[in-house]
Design a protein around this ligand. Structure first.
Ligand code: 0GY
Length: 301
């Protein structure tokens, strides 16, 4: 057998081999609105600029997880290990039977033809990351130029930022012309007070600006108290769900890049949902109505 094209990083945790069947039954038509595909690297090489080399996590495994957890659709978010090369993402979208839409990463000089091609494949947004361990953060004028270009396509922005950087970036975020979706509630420090100053700033941002959305994803990344309850993250996510019930999304984050302490059981992550969206109505908005409105507006009721 020949050696794999890429060797995953030492200490890298591979996604859970056999997630449990969730006890919580998601509503019909539920969307996993934050997940990734990685490679496979011999077919879709990882970017030279990447900060980590993951395990391969191909589309077929993602579809199997979707079915196992009872979801209907996926929103696949371009991960930094693929840089601005969206081929693995496009391949997944084009082979999803219309059940996946995507969020890409693009360079400032991306051509109109390439944007149109991505749109045809099912891309509906572009991701900006401000997380320095993952990317060399692009200058703000570059980000503004990209934001203006995608606005004409009706796309939105997905922002990955950590809470300590929010004060500095607050005005930049409110200047953006499109819908803006924050990954993982902008990564609050959950050892702090969920009603305290730091999280209040995020709540102010998303509640005072009608174009701001949030993903209440990744308790596994934020927790200090640990799995499977993710007890310390619950009050943060619940507060977001109850403050902006019509602008929240949820996702597994499969295959969970860069987790060092534990690899979540995806079934248990699904069982966390009713702790943060405590009524059937909130669950329906979080898992079906909101993602459908953002990613499949032509089908949304
Ligand atoms: C996530 C989180 C992470 C990684 C990426 O694009 C990425 O590489 O998003 C992380 O390391 O926190 O949302 O998947």
């Amino acid at each position: 057998m020949s050696a794999p094209a890429f060797q995953m990083d030492e200490g890298w945790l591979v996604f859970h081999p056999a997630p449990s069947v969730p006890q919580f039954k998601v509503p019909s038509g539920a969307v996993d609105a934050h997940c990734h595909v990685f490679g496979p690297g011999d077919q879709f090489p990882y970017a030279a600029t990447r900060k980590y080399t993951p395990c391969d996590a191909p589309k077929e495994k993602l579809w199997a997880l979707r079915d196992h957890l009872g979801f209907d659709r996926n929103v696949i978010v371009q991960a930094t290990c693929h840089g601005a090369d969206n081929r693995a993402l496009v391949d997944a979208l084009e082979n999803s039977d219309g059940r996946a839409r995507g969020v890409a990463t693009v360079a400032r000089d991306v051509s109109d033809a390439e944007l149109q091609r991505l749109n045809d494949a099912g891309v509906r947004g572009v991701r900006f990351s401000f997380v320095k361990r993952l990317v060399d953060v692009l200058p703000r004028d570059t980000l503004t130029a990209i934001a203006e270009r995608i606005q004409t396509l009706g796309w939105h922005l997905v922002i990955y930022v950590e809470s300590q950087d929010l004060p500095d970036l607050y005005d930049f975020f409110t200047s953006l012309p499109t819908i803006v979706v924050f990954d993982h509630m902008a990564r609050p420090d959950v050892t702090k007070d969920p009603q305290g100053d730091e999280f209040d700033l995020f709540i102010k941002l998303v509640s005072e600006n009608e174009n701001m959305w949030a993903k209440v994803s990744c308790p596994d990344r934020l927790t200090v108290t640990g799995p499977p309850e993710y007890r310390d993250v619950i009050p943060f996510a619940k507060r977001v769900v109850e403050t902006i019930p019509d602008r929240v999304l949820w996702g597994t984050d499969w295959p969970h890049p860069n987790l060092k302490s534990h690899m979540p059981d995806d079934g248990k992550l699904v069982d966390y949902i009713p702790k943060i969206a405590v009524t059937r109505e909130l669950q329906q908005k979080l898992l079906v109505d909101n993602p459908m409105r953002l990613y499949w507006p032509e089908e949304a009721s």
